[in-house]
Design a protein around this ligand. Sequence first.
Ligand SMILES: *[C@@H]1O[C@H](CO)[C@@H](O)[C@H](O)[C@H]1NC(C)=O
Ligand SMILES: *[C@@H]1O[C@H](CO)[C@@H](O)[C@H](O)[C@H]1NC(C)=O
Ligand SMILES: *[C@@H]1O[C@H](CO)[C@@H](O)[C@H](O)[C@H]1NC(C)=O
Ligand SMILES: *[C@@H]1O[C@H](CO)[C@@H](O)[C@H](O)[C@H]1NC(C)=O
Ligand SMILES: *[C@@H]1O[C@H](CO)[C@@H](O)[C@H](O)[C@H]1NC(C)=O
Length: 766
Amino acid sequence: MRRSRFLFALSGIQACAAASKFWYENIKHNGISASIPNGNNWTVFRNVKDYGAKGDGTTDDTAAIQRAITTGNSASTRETGRFGSTGQPAVVYFPVGTYLVKATIRSAVGTLLMGDPLDKPTIKASADFAGAQLLFGRDKQFTGLVGFYHGVKGLVLDSTAVARTKAITLLEWSVSQNNILSDVVFRMPVGADGHTGIATTGLNSGLIMNELVFEGGGTGISLAATQYHLKNLVFNNVKTGVKFMNLLQATAQGLRFSSCSVGIDATVATMGMLNLIDSTATNTSALVTAGALSAGAVSGSLMLENIRVDGSTVRVSGTAVLTGSVEPGVSWIRGNVYKAGSTSPQLLTGQRVPTSRPDRLVNGTGFYYTIAQPTYSEYDVTQVINVKDVAQHPVAGDGVTDDTASLQAIVNAAAEKSNLVYFPHGIYLLSDTLFIPTGSRLVGEAWTQLSATGTRFANASRPHPMIQIGRPGDVGLAQLSDFVFTVADILPGAVLVEVNMAGPKPGDVALFNCHYRVGGARGSKTQTACANPQTCLAARLSLHLTQHSSAYIENSWSWTADHDLDGGSGTVYPGTAGGFLIEAQNGTWILGSGIEHHVLYQVNIRNAKNVFIGLQEGESAYWQGTGNKLLAPEPWSKSLLASDPDFGWCAVDSAMCRMGLYQIVTSSTNLNLYSSGFWNFVGGPTRAMCTADCQENAALYEGNSRMHVYGFSTINSKNLILERSVSASGGKGDVSVAAPRTANAGAVFDGLFKTGVVAAYLKMSG
Ligand SMILES: *[C@@H]1O[C@H](CO)[C@@H](O)[C@H](O)[C@H]1NC(C)=O
Ligand SMILES: *[C@@H]1O[C@H](CO)[C@@H](O)[C@H](O)[C@H]1NC(C)=O
Ligand SMILES: *[C@@H]1O[C@H](CO)[C@@H](O)[C@H](O)[C@H]1NC(C)=O
Ligand SMILES: *[C@@H]1O[C@H](CO)[C@@H](O)[C@H](O)[C@H]1NC(C)=O
Ligand SMILES: *[C@@H]1O[C@H](CO)[C@@H](O)[C@H](O)[C@H]1NC(C)=O
């Protein structure tokens, strides 16, 4: 697919952009910013060459690239905060080429920096590069914890021209949820100790980085974060692949180290729990180096599963404590383990424990299925439908016009022809369900918004989907990428997405970089009408995976707002009853998820089978907890569904007990749940900071079998896990505390907060 660059250069029409075959480079770009004044005239797509970049490997392109990022409109540039976080969407696009830069490039909120995936362009630091970072990936107005809406994909970042003796970080990436870091190569000189691929510093709450390659350098990733899912990362000739600077809970899946000195350096004292699965190391002296396991305040918990190595596997203080591979069928665990039949945890210091993976979830060699996020670069532009460029079915995407009927007609026609459907950035209002038939591939642009409106979604007792992927029994393909699903109004019956379809292959039904947002942004009445959760039953559910569905979900943040992304002041307390409801039996893969601030539960798995979760980060609603009078299931008690918890195990007046659970798992089987990270920092209507036990219970497990839980960490929960029995007829026993924090105390986090950590919970694994 490589074009001949020479031909164009020779004929002197190099500036003519009609060169790459990549559909996105060539399609009509008519995205808008629907929520700012004069937003129809907002430039979403920015080809850096249109801003003066040459990409010839010799011209200094620093200023041109920065201009492409920073340019706003006649009212303001983009780095001022004037447009909020959601009002200044931009895709800064790099055609094939090598872009030489001499100083740090700064990103801005709402920006996806994206290269042509057919021949990834390179951003290259010059030999005389001045600055500590090649790319500062986060808008400087935000700290890491509120660094949302940034992206980098399809690029090569290169420091090979910079002296080995210098210190440089290719990508500063102290960001949190709703970001994309995918398909990037970090190219550094071999042996250059001061060169670091990615660095995160301070406090961050990131979800996932995926499909990255690191070549050379001293450190691939220097990572400080509450949690992360690292997926399919390759490290060649990097001295240290991943160096943790602090961590509560992470999953590293599909990491491949070759000719490194250390794969993962987990020696830092503030190291919570790491799950390392489906990974390999060759010619690497240690896959993992760790500090001593400290009991009492457990730090340094580890779980390794399906690991192939030719050197030492885990080394503690210079001594190999594990060598050789960890074959399928066992986990090697260091930390607190609840074995089947035991009521108290056992502190394992590094032992093999039997495990199993459901056939449905793994490939022929026992690895969990993973799928690289599609770019659809195999599509010709003629096979792609821009929804705002179909004459018979006008679509506005302006946050005012009802686009339901036109979009349905376009999506239906596209599915029949297997066309790709492109939604230029905007806010597309849906007054009824948009049905996604088999054969659908939908892509957004810098987080295109699909937003529910109207009476169809108004009845709390009759949930109604905004996006419905297939009907029960449908088998086929439906993939959605880069959307935000939201509500334009207070809609107690709105289910943002319902999946019914199963794919013939894992990943055929998939949601990539698709997020759920209720409140806290312009373009919705929930931005200003939700000071009180009692009067703001803003949505029912984010995502419902129904019984026959089978879906692969990578990088998703389900966020009921706790603050206003667009700078509005005042309290933001919309109430969404639930986050993810999983009743699917036919194979579910959830990678890199954050599910936050829903009233009754964050994730509810019931009557489900064959579920893999790689990371579930969670937070409770900030207004719940001590001092709150609206006790769960309020304000939803008048419209509870059979799937909702009734909190009957709590005293009627217990504000600490009557808080949304992070995870409920009921009558389900074949579950492999990794890295549950459940955090609570503030509580009650005044959001008082809370540093001890702020929430009574984190999770409730009832009547499950073949359930394997690896890495369950909390901040400020009195109990990690509750259990109760379920009889064959569905009758439930009494709730009892199965894993209290006192028996699983972790290190104090950030000098303040009480943590709990269980390395493995296998009581229901039989
Ligand atoms: C639209 O934006 C361009 C570029 O910023 C500007 O020159 C032009 O005046 C704007 N038009 C309107 C109607 O605002
Ligand atoms: C093994 O890795 C070292 C660097 O750690 C490298 O110098 C050496 O060439 C590698 N050997 C092979 C056989 O790849
Ligand atoms: C399973 O996945 C792993 C990791 O992607 C891969 O190396 C292996 O070849 C796959 N096995 C089969 C049978 O496809
Ligand atoms: C809301 O839905 C419930 C359950 O379907 C139904 O009984 C009730 O009549 C509906 N309320 C309204 C106002 O439509
Ligand atoms: C599960 O999905 C497969 C396709 O992968 C489909 O053929 C089958 O009917 C589904 N089974 C159920 C119980 O939904």
